[in-house]
Design a protein around this ligand. Sequence first.
Ligand code: DX5
Ligand code: ZN
Length: 220
Amino acid sequence: MNLAPSLLSADFGDLRAEAREVEPLAAYFHIDVMDGHFVDNLTIGPPVVNSLRKGLSRPFDIHLMIDHPLAYASRFEIHPGDIITFHIESADDLDHTIEAIHRTGAEVGISLRPKTPIETVLPYLDRVDLILVMSVEPGFGGQAFMPEALERIRFLRREIGERVITIEVDGGIGVKNIRDVVDAGADLIVAGSAIFNHHDRAAAMSDLLAAAGQSVRLRS
Ligand code: DX5
Ligand code: ZN
């Protein structure tokens, strides 16, 4: 399993420095894009995300919590290995949105709010690279993990079978529950407050990896 630190809990006035601090143990930077409609919060969009890239080497895991992913996906500058994830509950046509994201060169992820029936994603399994299971209502960092997510992860893992699809989980994950999430079948773990609320981010990430049963190794 891999960690994707969520920059939502970082200092937005110093994003690049914050990102560099977590980079050695991160597989991706998880970047939460919110429009104030789809969720009750506003964050950053393409101009900030695109200018953040300089000096960073990890791919971006862009989590779109917006009504119109089709209109905005192509405005992100994509580098090899980047992921763009949009929500199945967004207003746009899902097939067109999947195609539009693929055209950017990014891998495609679909996410579901905690109350959206998990079966709704099954028709798309052959066309996406990643499924993002939300374990909190999207919008804010620092919320409590919803344990119902574990059964949803197990269900997806069974349905995915031999397909190469990453299961990512986002919301409320910390040292107390990361092992349960990984054991349920998750590959990519988002953590915001569990990393950035600590002064020593590297130690917080090492603790998360150790709690997940992983050996800690710095990435080159
Ligand atoms: C919430 C965002 C998450 C958020 C997670 O809507 O999608 O990525 O940063 O924060 P924590 O890990 O604090 O729950
Ligand atoms: Zn997120």
